[in-house]
Design a protein around this ligand. Sequence first.
Ligand SMILES: NC(=O)c1ccc[n+]([C@@H]2O[C@H](COP(=O)([O-])OP(=O)(O)OC[C@H]3O[C@@H](n4cnc5c(N)ncnc54)[C@H](O)[C@@H]3O)[C@@H](O)[C@H]2O)c1
Length: 416
Amino acid sequence: MRIAVVGMGYVGLPLAVAFADAGVDVVCLDSDPERAAALAAGESYIEDIPSAELSRLRERLHPTTEAAGLGECEAIVICVPTPLTSEREPDLSYLLAAGESVAGVLRAGQLVVLESTTYPGTTREELAPLLERGGLRAGEEFNLAFSPERIDPGRTDFDVRTTPKLVGGLTAACAERAQELYGLICDEVVPLSSPEAAEMSKLLENVFRSVNIAFVNELSQLCDRLGIDVWEVVDAAATKPFGFMRFNPGPGMGGHCLPVDPFYLAFKAREVEFQPEFIELAGKVNQAQPAYCVDRIERALGEAGVALAGARVAILGVSYKGGVGDTRESPALRIIELLRERGAEVAYHDPHVPELPDQGLSSVDLEGALAGAEIVVLVTVHPEFDLPALVAGAPLLLDLRGATRGLPAAANVVRL
Ligand SMILES: NC(=O)c1ccc[n+]([C@@H]2O[C@H](COP(=O)([O-])OP(=O)(O)OC[C@H]3O[C@@H](n4cnc5c(N)ncnc54)[C@H](O)[C@@H]3O)[C@@H](O)[C@H]2O)c1
């Protein structure tokens, strides 16, 4: 069997590797020649995929920047970015460009699956007409389905195989084809009645997280006013074995998905004149969290007799989550920007992010970061961080993740 994956990023590359591992030949199409060249050289640029995996599977992975080879594939899976425009509206330009590449080579009997997160209706209203330009009818002469990607970079307890896969086909036959395809690499495939239900399910999962993170972030601010330790409260509530799911407060929401996807749903809601209150409120609260964290930095410094303007602040961890180097929408970037606006001198240490070109900063070594700082702010906790050593070495440590709460009490540690 031969399939194609279009878009070899955080989603597409692990998917291609999973199919190759299952004995499938995979045409790996990426418009970025550097990525195609790296794959051809067996060099991985995605942390969860070791280069050794690419070398092991090199006979079955076929990197390319040309769509021509897609015509020979039984299935084509599209995993390109779905970001926002500068007006914070869905930017389908990558998806439409990928759709055009596929349309140019599409032949009867192929299965096309969209995995990129998007609003309900995209597969049917945007992708199908594009693919039909060559004269073939979606659902009749070729199959079309939506199957959301649920990958969580850096996570090791669930992977492509053990995370159930949703599929929504344009027709029952489309769903069946998609189910067969993913049955090769997933233990459980869950069929839905339509692409729209599958598109909406992905947004429900992500907006659910966004709303709950916003709620617990707001609660952290209220607890602070009331002099209650929010971590003690969350730990306590989490002992309930039913009816409660833990979410932790933090510096705000980052990554390619959670800060972006709610806008996709809000966009679709506006089309049907529906005002989604929860989504917009959660976005507002989460976006305000970095500014709240900067206020907390200022307060912690003030209590130590240091003004924020002119203070030397060391940020530990600038990626949006621990164990990965992805800085997209990371709240750390906003915290750095706000600190600089308020006159602080900022340095950062992150073993996964050597450079922040837009900020003109490079990661400094940990000793240097601790030695020169008046306050150290733990924004993202990487597995490499030695927390007892950090507590011992920092003059003042503001822990925005509650990571130090298992350690012996220390006078120099303040928590969100
Ligand atoms: N990263 C995640 O954790 C995650 C999780 C679930 C879902 N998703 C969704 O999956 C989709 C892809 O996200 P990602 O994180 O893998 O993005 P990414 O930026 O890591 O990778 C996308 C790849 O697509 C390539 N590309 C762009 N346009 C192309 C085109 N026209 N033809 C061929 N290749 C093209 C890019 O060069 C890049 O290599 C998005 O819709 C995202 O919301 C991401």
